[in-house]
Design a protein around this ligand. Structure first.
Ligand code: THU
Length: 161
């Protein structure tokens, strides 16, 4: 018998501009923008900033940290997520946003790489992480769960017998 074509649907909310975001998200976006400024990106000149909020309201920032041995660097999102988990191991991550300054020194959006999405999956075990992504055009896309960014993901359940 022929295989059946199936499809998945991913919902997200589009905001036309920064001004349309809730106050909460605006604050977090500003923190991510601050984080961009101090990124260490002498090789790519692409500065990425991430800001996340924990359930207790603490905000953690991270930015990309590059290295002359390229693979030894780390993305902004993972710097923020690992910092959060190392300092507040019992706190759930409620929301995260990411932005960048490109090599022409322009503020822009960024879509998280596969490795960072995988780490978001790891920290989504018992809770939903909301993800707000700025687009190149300056709009914002809000996903209610990081899991929506990684359909068919690999997680702990795959390891269990
Ligand atoms: N980068 C991030 O920090 N986050 C992403 O999701 C995509 C890429 C960094 C890695 C590297 O330092 C630079 O951007 C160029 O790829």
């Amino acid at each position: 018998m022929a295989g059946k074509t199936k499809s998945i649907n991913i919902n997200y909310t589009e905001y036309e501009s920064f001004d349309d975001l809730t106050q909460d998200w605006q604050n977090l976006v500003k923190k991510a923008e601050e984080a961009c400024e101090t990124a260490y990106a002498p090789y790519s000149n692409f500065k990425v900033g991430a800001a996340l909020e924990l359930e207790n309201g603490t905000i953690i920032k991270g930015n990309n940290q590059e290295n002359a041995a390229y693979p030894s660097g780390l993305c902004a999102e993972r710097v923020a997520l690992f910092t959060a988990h190392s300092q507040y191991p019992d706190q759930k991550v409620k929301k995260i946003t990411i932005c960048a300054i490109n090599n022409e020194n322009k503020k822009t959006g960024v879509s998280p790489c596969g490795g960072c999405r995988q780490v978001m999956v790891e920290f989504s075990k018992n809770n939903n992480i909301e993800v707000l992504l700025k687009t190149k055009e300056g709009k914002f896309h809000l996903f209610t769960s990081a899991l929506d960014l990684v359909p068919f993901n690999f997680n702990k359940k795959n390891l269990d017998g």
